[in-house]
Ligand binder design. Structure first.
Ligand SMILES: CC(C)(COP(=O)(O)OP(=O)(O)OC[C@H]1O[C@@H](n2cnc3c(N)ncnc32)[C@H](O)[C@@H]1OP(=O)(O)O)[C@@H](O)C(=O)NCCC(=O)NCCS
Length: 148
């Protein structure tokens, strides 16, 4: 299985929106995704298998911090290391962009995601009560220091 990781472009918006609908209870609209691609502080990348966009992730650069916005992989392509490839690439991007710490939030019950981030050295640093809607749930806040 050959996986290409590359930056997202405007021609990918339909596929990214489809992944959003499948993976999240409050999916980002195509308009919001387009806005994100225009955001100069944002970096979005995707994983492609046989020409199909199967996963993507994004990050905002805020001063010397990276804030991960979304990570998602289509259900039939999970547990194959695709999110890991995306995160590894993002860590490389951080190293080239003077980003020293990266943070994200995950639903407390989302053990798949929490395990994924822990595998990359993210550590829990507290909670945001009732941060999520549909269903209402607290977020675990995680941080990782980026070794330059
Ligand atoms: C979380 C998600 C992105 C993981 O993607 P993935 O491509 O399956 O992840 P990988 O195959 O790279 O797995 C990496 C690690 O994640 C953890 N993980 C992934 N799926 C898991 C599962 N079902 N149960 C437990 N741990 C899991 C494991 O630690 C795994 O490492 P291992 O294979 O060495 O055990 C994917 O499940 C997803 O898209 N979920 C829906 C959207 C979402 O919740 N995004 C996160 C928002 S914070």
């Amino acid at each position: 299985m050959e996986v290409e990781v590359r930056e997202i472009s405007f021609s990918d918006i339909d596929e990214v929106a489809e992944i959003e609908k499948i993976c999240f209870s409050i999916p980002w609209s195509k308009e919001l995704i387009a806005q994100e691609l225009l955001n100069k502080m944002a970096y979005y990348q995707c994983a492609i298998i046989d020409g199909k966009l199967v996963g993507y992730m994004g990050m905002w650069k805020i001063c010397d911090e990276g804030h991960i916005t979304n990570v998602a992989v289509l259900p039939e392509y999970r547990k194959k290391g695709i999110a890991s490839m995306l995160i590894s690439k993002m860590i490389e991007v951080c190293k080239c962009s003077e980003i020293y710490n990266v943070t994200l939030e995950a639903r407390e019950s989302n053990l798949e995601a929490i395990h994924l981030y822990e595998k990359f050295g993210f550590e829990s640093a507290g909670k945001r009560p009732n941060y999520y809607q549909k269903p209402t749930e607290s977020a675990v806040i995680m941080w990782k220091k980026i070794e330059q």
